[in-house]
Design a protein around this ligand. Structure first.
Ligand code: FNR
Length: 402
């Protein structure tokens, strides 16, 4: 019998053993020297928890309201592109697992399932919870951008997270080395039998036929160039070339005003790392700010998200929700971020590892693990509900005295 998966690292180890190298590299990598990638995780060790005792923690309530939606826990799923590279059911499996867990999922603009397909997977699966939000890249083609927003509104998505840290794609060295592009079996139309897809073969016993029934690319787009399905992106990372062609590097705060005018959905800016930008965001009428460095995949050398959270929370002064993503790997990480003022946190890579390990069940198991870890961390800290998680629960570790 295989050993049980008892922490996020166990999921990653197993995922790395089954995923094709180019896919694992794409999911795992940070930008350039990857110092921020390591720091996002290490930052949690710079804060210690100061528990309170004797508080009757026989029940712990983790429920939270996020952008007007009730969630069972303050742990949500971040947008990660192209989930069908991890598992044939991709984003639809993640959506079903989120519904069962009663939490929210942010769907990437670069999903390999359509906006409508993911909503219907969530709606049709059992359970009462589950919320979908759209992550939006602003394309040079504004009509196309608004068409994505309209589709999300019509399908019942509850907010738009607009990513503001990607005027160009960060330089992820392995993706350049691998000349990363969409695996052939995920391009439209499906490859003929015997097409060489070995570089993208899973290393477990899942047959390529599982995948060849899927003919999808970034399936929210109808043209080959926008669907990231072209064959030749030269010697660079295909995705970097794609972004340079399609995404607008001229974005400014005026585009937030423009987007605000064109949707009634709550708008969250994803990718803020400074108090000054947080104030700008509030002044532009956003409903939320996601403190994020894109999982350390954009500008290397920026601070770990946990280290700037307090600055952002202080600048916002309660005028909108503040969220955090980056490096969250344990329940105690979640608790520290909440104590520093996050309303909820988002996890990116861990969900991909769950998906690669075991599809919907794997994501469900992963979310269940993080939830249980948070419950235990709250109980051991003397917190019976999220309203009892306060700034006094964490203290910055003083390294000079060590
Ligand atoms: C991402 N992220 C991301 N962000 C976004 O706005 N749109 C996207 O399409 C993607 N795609 C994507 C793919 C992969 C493979 C990763 C790892 C990340 C960033 C993501 O939303 C989130 O900010 C980080 O993943 C959070 O960090 P952790 O949890 O992965 O450490």
């Amino acid at each position: 019998m295989p050993a049980p998966r008892v922490c996020v690292d166990d999921f990653e180890r197993e995922a790395s053993a089954v995923l094709p190298k180019a896919v694992y590299d794409y999911y795992r990598s940070g930008a350039d020297g990857q110092s921020t990638l390591a720091d996002n995780v290490a930052a949690y060790d710079r804060w210690s928890l100061i528990p309170r005792v004797l508080r009757d923690v026989s029940t712990v309530d983790m429920s939270v309201s996020v952008l007007g939606q009730e969630l069972s826990m303050p742990i949500c799923v971040a947008a990660t592109a192209m989930q069908r590279m991890a598992h044939p059911a991709g984003e639809t499996a993640t959506a079903r697992a989120c519904k069962a867990a009663g939490t929210g999922m942010m769907l990437s603009s670069w999903a390999t399932s359509t906006i409508e397909e993911v909503m219907s997977a969530m709606t049709l699966s059992p359970g009462r919870g589950g919320v979908l939000w759209l992550q939006l890249y602003i394309y040079k083609d504004r009509e196309l951008t608004l068409a994505l927003v309209r589709r999300a509104e019509q399908a019942g998505y509850r907010a738009v997270f607009v990513t503001v840290d990607t005027p160009y794609l960060g330089r992820r060295l392995d993706d350049v080395r691998n000349r990363f592009k969409m695996p052939p079996h995920l391009r439209c139309p499906p490859p003929k039998p015997n097409t060489a897809i070995s570089t993208f073969h899973r290393k477990d016993d899942r047959s390529s036929e599982d995948f060849s029934t899927i003919f999808t690319v970034m399936s929210n787009f109808s043209t080959a160039s926008l669907a990231f399905s072209e064959d030749d992106y030269g010697s660079d990372s295909g995705l970097a070339v794609y972004v340079a062609n399609a995404i607008d590097p001229a974005l400014s705060w005026d585009d937030i005003t423009w987007l605000r005018k064109h949707t009634s959905l709550p708008l969250v800016v994803k990718g803020v790392l400074s108090g000054e930008d947080a104030v700008q965001a509030v002044n532009h009428g956003v409903s939320g700010i996601l403190v994020s460095n894109h999982g350390a995949r954009q500008l290397d050398g920026v601070p770990a998200t946990l280290d700037v959270l307090e600055e952002v929370v202080g600048a916002v002064r309660g005028r909108c929700h503040v969220f955090l993503d980056g490096g969250v790997r344990r329940g105690t990480d979640v608790l520290k971020a909440l104590a520093l003022g996050a309303r909820a946190v988002f996890v990116g890579r861990p969900v991909l590892w769950g998906l690669a390990c075991q599809g919907e069940e794997g994501v469900g198991e992963l979310l269940g693990l993080l939830k249980e870890e948070l419950r235990l961390a709250m109980a051991l800290s003397g917190c019976r509900s999220l309203s009892e998680v306060s700034r006094s629960l964490v203290r910055r570790v003083d390294f000079s005295s060590r």
